[in-house]
Unconditional design. Sequence first.
Lengths: 805, 315
Amino acid sequence: MRRLLFLLCLLLFPLAARAQLTVSGTVTDQQTGETLIGATVFETGSGRGTTTDVNGRYSLTVKSKEAILRVSFVGYETAFDTVKQGQERKRNYALRPSIRLQEVVVTAQRVNSRESSQMSAIEIPVEQIKSVPVLFGEADILKAIQLLPGVQSGNEGTGGMYVRGGGPDENLFLLDGIPLYNVNHLGGFFSAFNADAVKNVTLYKGSFPARFGGRLSSVLDVTTNNGNDKKVHGNVSVGFISAKLNVEGPIVKEKTTFCLSARRTYADFMLQPLVRKMATDIDGKTKLTAGYYFYDLNGKLTHKFSDRSRLYAMFYMGDDDAYTRVRTQSSLSEDEYLDFRNNWGNTVGGIRWNYELTPKLFMNLSAAYTQYKNKMVVGIEKVTPRTDGSEQLSTVNGNYFSTVKDLTGRLDFNYQPNPDHNVQFGAYYTQHWFQPSVISGSIDYFDSIQMNQSWQMDSTITEDTVPAGEMVAYIEDDWSINDFIKLNYGLHMSGFAVGKTLYPSVQPRVSGRVLLGENLSLKVGYAYMTQYLHLLSTTSISMPTDLWVPATERIKPMTAHQVAAGAFYTIPMVVDLSVEGYYKRMSNLIEYRDGATALGTSAGWEDLVCMGDGWTYGVEFLAQRSFGRLTGWLGYTWSRTTHLFDREGQELNGGKPFPAKYDRRHDISIVLTYKFSDRFDVSATWVFCTGNTATLAMQKYPVASDNPDDYNNSRMSNTLSHVEGRNNFRMPNYHRADISVNFHRQFKRKNCHRTINLSVYNLYNQKNPYLTYTSSDYSYHGYNRALVQLSIFPILPSVAYTLYF
Amino acid sequence: MKHIAPILIAAGLFVLASCEKVIEFDDSLTSPSPVLNAIATEGNQLFVNYTYSRFFLDTNNAHPIADVDMVVTANGTDYRPVSVDGCNYFFDYIPHEDDQLGIRVLSAAGEASARTIIPRNPRISTPNVFLQDSVFRTLVINFNIDDHPDYDNYYRFTISQRDSGARYRPYREVYDTIDTTYHTIFFCFDRAITDPTAAATEALGGYLYQQLLTSDKLIDGQDHNTTLMLIMLRDTNEVGTFIHQYSLTVESVSPERYQYLQDIESATSITQLLTEPAPVYSNVNGALGIFAGNARRTYPLYTVVNENDPVPPKR
């Protein structure tokens, strides 16, 4: 530890180098006042520069008395400025959006791919996310992310992310820097991120900057809009399954802004006639009310005290709600009502103060709260006639509730002493509360037929809330050693206290870049990650009953070492090419023991799981075109992921290695957008991936019995499955093409236009597997049964209308 | 709006009609394995079932294994099959308590061998087993089980229920092992068989059973008064009260069979739908299956009409 700190001090020593001219400020959109994240500010003379941070701020120190600065951002016209020593050093730049929209770059791009020392990171502009054709035409951030190399999707249509061999619980989802525990709606078919509210999306798959931690495989950093500080505007959208509203504008012009986005599905209204008819078809007497919806509400308030001081406050609420109410009438003239309601979702709130202490030193002070909850209510009401003619009400109620809550306090600094260094450091503390399950039930029952008596019961079973503290300190420096070599190095130090156990962790991070000529760079990176939380999931799709639990004395935190290396080559004005290879070694992974599962309760979960190791390696190739009318990318990933659970008493698969559930050899995605004119553009995607693995028992044999006759029948119920190996079977390959067409029209009224989106999901109606089972309705190679796959999404056209005002 | 339901139904049918497809796969990846099963029950003639496992889509009867040479050794004496019926091999040997058994098979499927013991019979010294009939039917079992000096005792409790009429109501249950002296078994009403043929078939079968597995590590060989609370809501069917007949079977099982039964319980539980298929325990070298000893006693259960009646009826 001392050696590491000494090394760090040694490396930071060059920061003392004296500079001559420092310029700082913000870069914004000229029309909306929205800060631009990742805009570049370069000194043309030295070629040295910097990029704006998440607040749109930059600081640049140059070693000359006069400098010509070039300020640029994707989709905006480049600005130039001359700064002389002694002039005002505060420089804010408002960039004008490019008027030649058809040539604007809108595609996924590696973060400053060739120039930056950062590797394994990809930023997707929101406009690209909105143009990618997706299920039911619902723009979805996670679905767009799944099209990137190194990221695999889960089941058909779901938003599960498997990044470089990691599980879906190994991704850190940050919404304005605050973790979200559940990022899915409806089992993962839709994500919790409303694209209308989002400004910037960056995915880190490896070589993680030291400021990030807490998950093994990826960080998805999502930043929401601050709001237009010039005028109120927004958009209304009506789609196949949902309606959306987004409004933003100034409360005090150029001082205080707001941004409000809301989304709600209305399938529950649309399907109500069908539900009623289904109920009527049962016996003519049953009445059924059932439905499902989800909503999201994003809000953000930004106040600018001065150029040096800004305050941000944000909140997010997103809930899923499934409900059923059945009324039946028995022959004894008893009315019975059965109610079921399941409600789950996130509540997030945060406040952040961004302050420029000096032109070289920025500070962020923030506090955040995040909660995920799942609530289930089952109720039965029965109205029974008494012998005296009156009515007696009987009720049976059951409730289930689980939640995880975090409260975080955080202080971050960004220090740019000279053009060669950009230092970020900070610390935060998170208090977690895990309440796995609270189950309560009450019965007030009247039995008129046999007992003619009533009885009551009321009880609550509560699992203790488990508190846990997580403390983190980090420091990282982005160091330009010379014109060719750049290094990003840092330390992420964390500790996790749960019960009487404290897990400390020192996680070094380093990545470097070497420029080889004008268009070619090589990069290498290493990151050590620790994850203190585990997700107990019963299925491969996201379920509300999935439970987050902390590491314990018995179940250690998961860790991963990842190394990566890559080459980045640019053919100017044609295409950017990159290839990255990685190897990741994981420890203390958890899986359920054979035959075990935890459904909705974590009681005794440590006995249900076992710990093991895993390793994954692969190669990712990305070719992206960012110029001209045709933009898009081609991504290909070859990978292999293996797990090994061979610790004593914790063996799986007989202690032998087995392929992970999300092990896929090939993954191809092609995303293309062609802009015919300002009024008409077309986007298309095609994906192909090797099928998921699954455990299929291909042999069966009789259950032992002491009755000889039991062996002389072939009833399936009297047989056991012989499992020859975990994940021994591979499902059929998955492939699918989607297309969407956008028609834009500018109305006569100024600044008002509309977009009609027509999209087709699964264009050639490919039957991709969602799940498999054996069925006697089919035959297979002479057998009167067959293994059958169920596909849930055939060709699905959809339409959406968006009005911008 | 008036026609939206038929449109939605038609759209739904279109979706459903195109959602299933037979999977083509390489079935040469798997080959049948030999399976040896024998539950050597105290007092009953020993037989061994020896067969091949079947491809999982195969619904035909068992596949016999050729060229079988099978020897069972009991307390040092070798026995060979006296008759063969299909894949069942019968021996002129009746197991007794504490017998040490071994089996060795040579066949076209290779060699297989296993060992087990015949456990001692459960000795329920005070078989006061009765039901308190209230809204919840409460089963009270007073018992004492001898602890075996040489090996672990494992027990299986099976509660059987038979209705007297043609209508038969099966129950399925969720349960776990005894961990305190007060244990709750949840019986959930599953379905009512209304089809007369199916009902008759089930009735001929006679019993549906509920099982409870435990070991003497949980029942430490001392006197016990264990109450099992059966959450069986009373029938409120308009045809009247059924006359139920219950019986309790207590089995001593060998350690191998205990492990085997636990795996089966896990493999066939309702939560299995959400878990990976898992291998079932086998103590046979060279084959799948189980070679295990067993001993059992069955006791009738009596119903106490008045739940406050402290005295169970005499047998």
